[in-house]
Design a binder for this molecule. Sequence first.
Ligand code: NAP
Length: 505
Amino acid sequence: MSLEQRVDILVVGAGFAGLAAVAKILAADPAADVTVIERASDVGGTWRDNTYPGCACDVPTSLYSFSFAPSPEWSHTFARQPELFAYLKSVVERLGLQRRIITDCELRSATWDSSISRWSVQTSKGATSARVLVAATGALSTPKIPDVPGIDAFSGTVFHSATWNHEHDLTGERVAVIGTGASAVQFVPEIVDRAQRLTVFQRTPAWVIPRLDRTIGRLERTLYKRIPAAHRAVRGIIYGYREAYVTVLADNPWMLPAVKVFAKANLKRQVKNPATRAALTPDYAPGCKRLLLSNDWLRTLDRPDVDLVTSGLTSVTENGVVDASGRNHEVDTIIFATGFTPTEPPVSHLLRGSDGRTLAERWGGSPQAHLGTTVAGFPNLFLMYGPNTNLGHSSIVYMLESQANYVVSALAEMKARSAVAVEVDESAQRQHNSWVDSALDGTVWNAGGCSSWYLDANGRNSTMWPTYTFRFRNKTREFDVSNYRIVPDTLESDSPESDHEVVSA
Ligand code: NAP
């Protein structure tokens, strides 16, 4: 499919975020002119890209799926990546979205043109002009590989967990894994039997609790198919108990020692070697970094064929990885499980607002948006999974649906007011972010005593939503037009010479 030279609403990205946006926009207005561009050759975002062994969702899937497209077919309470990828493709089919999606089309740049109140967009498939831009490019989509001295000289194989090299057979190899986050805990237990020896480089230990996963039997699936209300009730229960986590993580951190006791008992049960156990015991509050769910990660590290190195790597040699003590660990393959770049999203370098600066320049290392979605100086731009919308306790899909509701409400408001553009007031954005900052104060994500990817280059937490998700849902239910500058359509035509009159709502 080719890209038209002029589109109305352009959504960038066809993962959970982009699909939530396009589905909700079309549900509200089936005649809406929406185009989705996707840089890969298929939809699915993170669930298309992350194919490492053991890749699975760590939020119960009944909740980690669209409310408007429930599936009674999940085989496990925590679905595996192939099922999630298949689910997203099935949603596209079910909602007839294929004809809206242009694959292999990468965003190169988008610049706001105030003279015509439109976005001038460059892509790998040519240029287009869009009235509204929805950036749904994901926060955890660009793998981060540390710039380690000597890496180019390594003679073995190197890859990142998010771009797993399936062509490469790890059987009988000595493998180094760098990083011990949510990805590593899923794939390390899966590859340990294949490798001859595993060396895991742990910079900071993580709190780990069991994953209460179970298969969903045929009878239960039939029940969900026949009585969708039963499935909705299960989703509601999961939503409720997950929200209860906020009571501890954000509102009552004094309760965290109880989680510590539970996690320590889990560690003791799985790791017999006291030295390994000590190395795996974090010195910060549980939840400060993402609480990890696994039933086999800790016991894997207790195996005699697994070495746990309690430092990061300092360099790479031709045949190995050097730890902080200077020891070279000889390996055949290095797998980086070192995460992503959520506080420096690459898309922020591609979007240029009304003053000619990019979003990255405007942010200066600390992403800020109004309700995680709109940014002063960037009219008609909506960010999905924007600043301070990430969660440590529940499903991001719920947040994405809330943001999609907000976009839908904004589009309706623009239509009702014959507005060609809406731009959030700097003061409203500032006010929202001061509230976020003060709400985050004292939560485990800010005060838990760790350094995490939730904190940006300036030390600000520009990642986490600070409280219950229903509060985000309430705030994004209706487009708060009074916080916006409205540019009315005073033109007879789209004459580039004409200026728009700008009024406040
Ligand atoms: P991550 O949580 O950011 O973990 C990265 C790991 O690499 C950390 O252990 C970090 O150590 C380490 N690291 C980073 N730079 C390093 C360096 N230069 N030297 C040595 N170690 C280094 O990344 P991730 O495990 O890929 O997970 C990222 C996020 O993706 C998760 O938090 C989660 O939100 C999401 N995720 C979700 C699921 C799911 O099931 N829904 C599954 C996987 C991932 P430090 O802790 O010391 O920084």
